[in-house]
Design a protein around this ligand. Structure first.
Ligand code: OGA
Ligand code: NI
Length: 358
């Protein structure tokens, strides 16, 4: 017998968004369901400040052959040593970036009832408003509200607030061009043809997701967390933030605090880049911390393979003697499904497809 249809909006959802909670009067401490037990508490980790690599995008697009080989080499080093870099001179106009940030902020400023129209269940629902990270599998709630929209291969948009569709279409289209160019450079940096990633992972139909994160100010930031340590499942994520810091990444076993650099994007390689590169470029853990002064907003645009592409290490990077394949191939759609199914006890699906430690 067929199971009864589940109404999209009937799913359990915490009573309050973090935004409403933080705006409630007299909030001087975090509610107990947002406080992490001491052993999981981020305030016990030492955090260092270190400069992460900077990549000048303009050199990739308008360089002489010599300059291009230099920038491809720098890009390769950044991916190999950090899995992260700051991107400057990317050509995405300030007005386009500001409009996107303002529009996402306006989304979170909608009435809670209006936002709740977009509560989704499955990771591949085209539009999903939510709070925390993955509430079904968590010990405590994360101090974060979010909106996720699939914007490619089919463009979707929330129809509120006014202007969201236009702002996100323009921003995501421009960011996609930046991502494609970076992926050409990254292909070359791996010694592959510049169009290798594009062709092998069918990027014409590649999954592109807009993720807007809101981290309201928090009365006890030392007890709460914005987002847990995680890696991104796609190939390349391009993140823009307002002027409020909170981003940390793991480097050589230490947490590194990354201050937002005005007008730049923070770019990182994801799980599928690790698989494709046979472990040369790692998918690095990162997280978000909160503060008690100002609301932080970040907008990440994740770029992945086509959902129907099977991703495996590039054959050119594999030889059975010195570099055996360290990951088995899997369809991107299946990978996302497994990642979402909460059967991984906090591990990444990457651990499941990894066959060797490299
Ligand atoms: C993400 C992410 C970090 C941030 O959305 O995957 O890592 O600072 N965001 O919001
Ligand atoms: Ni992330």
């Amino acid at each position: 017998m067929a199971s009864p249809p589940v109404h999209r909006n009937s799913l359990p959802f915490p009573k309050s968004s973090v935004k409403d909670l933080s705006e409630s009067t007299n909030l001087t401490s975090v509610p107990s369901n947002y406080a992490f037990p001491p052993q999981d508490n981020i305030s016990t980790d030492p955090v260092i400040s270190q400069k992460i690599p900077t990549i000048d995008f303009s050199l990739l697009t308008s360089a002489t052959p010599d300059q291009r080989s230099q920038i491809v080499c720098d890009l390769g080093r950044a991916c190999r040593e950090w899995g992260f870099f700051m991107l400057i001179n990317h050509g995405v106009e300030k007005s386009v970036r500001e409009r996107m940030l303002d529009t996402c902020r306006a989304f979170f400023d909608l009435l809670e009832a209006e936002k709740r129209e977009y509560i989704g269940k499955h990771v591949l629902d085209p539009i999903r408003y939510g709070t925390s990270f993955n509430p079904a599998a968590e010990k405590a709630m994360y101090w974060r509200d979010y909106l996720k929209v699939i914007v490619h291969p089919v463009f979707h948009s929330a129809d509120k607030p006014a202007g969201f569709r236009e702002a996100s279409l323009e921003y995501c289209t421009k960011i996609r061009e930046v991502a494609k160019e970076l992926l050409r450079g990254i292909s070359e940096s791996l010694g592959l043809e510049d169009c290798y990633i594009d062709k092998a992972l069918q990027l014409e139909a590649g999954l592109q997701i807009l993720v807007a994160n809101l981290y309201p100010n928090c009365p006890q930031p030392e007890l709460a967390m914005g987002m847990p340590p995680h890696s991104d499942h796609g190939l390349l994520t391009i993140l823009m933030q307002n002027e409020v810091g909170g981003f940390q990444l793991q480097h050589k076993g230490k947490w590194v605090h990354v201050d937002p650099l005005p007008n730049s994007f923070l770019v990182n390689t994801g799980d599928h880049m690790e698989i494709l590169s046979n472990g040369m470029y790692k998918s690095v853990l990162h997280r978000a911390v909160v503060n008690n002064k100002s609301t932080r907003i970040s907008i990440g645009i994740a770029h992945g393979p086509s959902l129907d592409a099977t991703v495996a290490p590039a054959p050119q990077l594999v030889d059975n003697e010195n570099h055996p394949p360290a990951y088995r191939g899997m369809k991107y759609r299946d990978y996302i499904d497994i990642q979402q199914n909460n059967q991984l006890n906090g591990k990444s699906c990457l651990d499941l497809v990894r066959t060797l430690n490299v």
